[in-house]
Write a protein that binds this ligand. Structure first.
Ligand code: AMP
Ligand code: TRP
Length: 329
């Protein structure tokens, strides 16, 4: 029996933060032995909003370095850059032609992003979920581990695949989303009503994996809480609840044990303890990152090797889809 295949993607738009790590990357690393893993640095998704070319290029390499430092093992999984495997764009066009516009108009992430950009929103931004469907369907994926925010896109992928299969005959495997229970939605430190996000520019919003200890301490000590004092897992108190969840996933301790540990203590004490937990959790990863990027060609060669491993699967699936539709000679 072969292992189930897992595919996930991450955008190379700035450093990766604790939300990405806890909501996504940590689960990728943990599942390496159990699954056949494919991870994609989705640079084509990144350009759905303007990216400075020099910075994009730097971000792709930096992200790959961080992911290897987080524990992705090139022997066990394939990490590659999306635009390096041209089948992603090829399949996107094919899927565009079977996806009803009505389905696309329901995508809440597009609504949020395009509300911010108004007339400047691109066709690419609207089509973003179809490109994501192509990423997933190209590799006969069983499972797609993502944060809560991406669940709608994975459901759309299933609908697109089912519609195609219904119209042209069985071609694509139907994937399942996998959402982690805790850490699925890490909120911003400055505003716990908003998801922690790379695109939020305010200092103190997100903790990045390469942040120095002092920066981490400052961000956590300034994190928004409320005027109450008890340290309890109470979802209606969004700020402290978010910090407690981060503490919980990083330490692996149970909620009761954590509440007990901080009984009678104040927010300041808890925040200090949390800062140390975050710093110590990130320390090994930061050290490994420095070793990895010491040789700039190393990361590039691993990414190329990742693409060569998976390209034949993508080619086979696109050829099967073309054949079903009657495309080409
Ligand atoms: P992105 O930063 O949008 O490229 O997201 C990469 C991965 O991290 C996706 O699986 C997201 O669902 C996940 N993710 C992003 N932000 C958060 C967050 N604040 N909490 C949990 N997961 C997140
Ligand atoms: N859209 C995802 C995000 O912003 C990233 C992504 C692109 C992805 N392609 C994917 C995630 C395929 C899972 C599977 O988080």
């Amino acid at each position: 029996m072969t292992n189930k295949r897992v595919l996930s993607g991450i955008q190379p738009t700035g450093g990766i933060h604790l939300g990405n790590y806890l909501g996504a990357v940590q689960n990728w690393v943990r599942s390496q032995d159990e699954y056949d893993n494919i991870f994609c640095i989705v640079d084509l998704h990144a350009i759905t909003v303007y990216q400075d070319p020099k910075i994009l290029r730097k971000n792709i390499r930096e992200l790959a370095g961080i992911l290897f430092a987080c524990g992705l093992d090139p022997q066990k999984c394939s990490l590659f850059v999306q635009s390096d495997v041209t089948e992603h764009t090829e399949l996107t066009w094919i899927l565009n032609c079977t996806t009803p516009i009505g389905w696309m108009k329901r995508m809440t992430q597009f609504k949020d992003k395009s509300d911010k950009q108004k007339e400047k929103s691109t066709m690419g931004l609207f089509d973003y979920p179809v490109l994501m469907a192509a990423d997933i369907l190209l590799y006969e994926t069983d499972l797609v581990p993502v944060g809560e925010d991406q669940k709608q896109h994975v459901e759309l992928t299933r609908d697109i695949a089912e519609k195609f299969n219904g119209t042209y005959g069985p071609t694509f495997k139907i994937p399942e989303p996998v959402i982690p229970k805790v850490g699925a939605r890490v909120m911003g430190l400055d505003d716990p009503a908003k998801k922690m996000s790379k695109s939020e520019e305010k200092q103190g919003h997100a903790i990045f994996l390469l942040d120095e200890p002092d920066v981490i301490r400052k961000k956590i000590m300034r994190a928004t809480t409320d005027s109450l004092t008890t340290i309890q897992f109470d979802e209606s108190r969004a700020g402290i609840y978010n910090l407690l969840c981060i503490y919980q996933v990083l330490t692996g301790e149970g909620r009761d044990a954590i509440e007990k540990h901080f009984e009678g203590k104040g927010y300041g004490d808890f925040k200090k303890a949390l800062a140390e937990v975050v710093i110590e959790s990130l320390r090994p990863l930061q050290e490994k990152y420095q070793q990895i990027i010491a040789d700039p060609h190393y990361v590039e060669s691993l990414l190329k090797q990742g693409a060569s491993k998976i390209r034949p699967i993508a080619r086979r699936v696109v050829d099967a889809a073309k054949d079903r539709i009657g495309l080409g000679l």
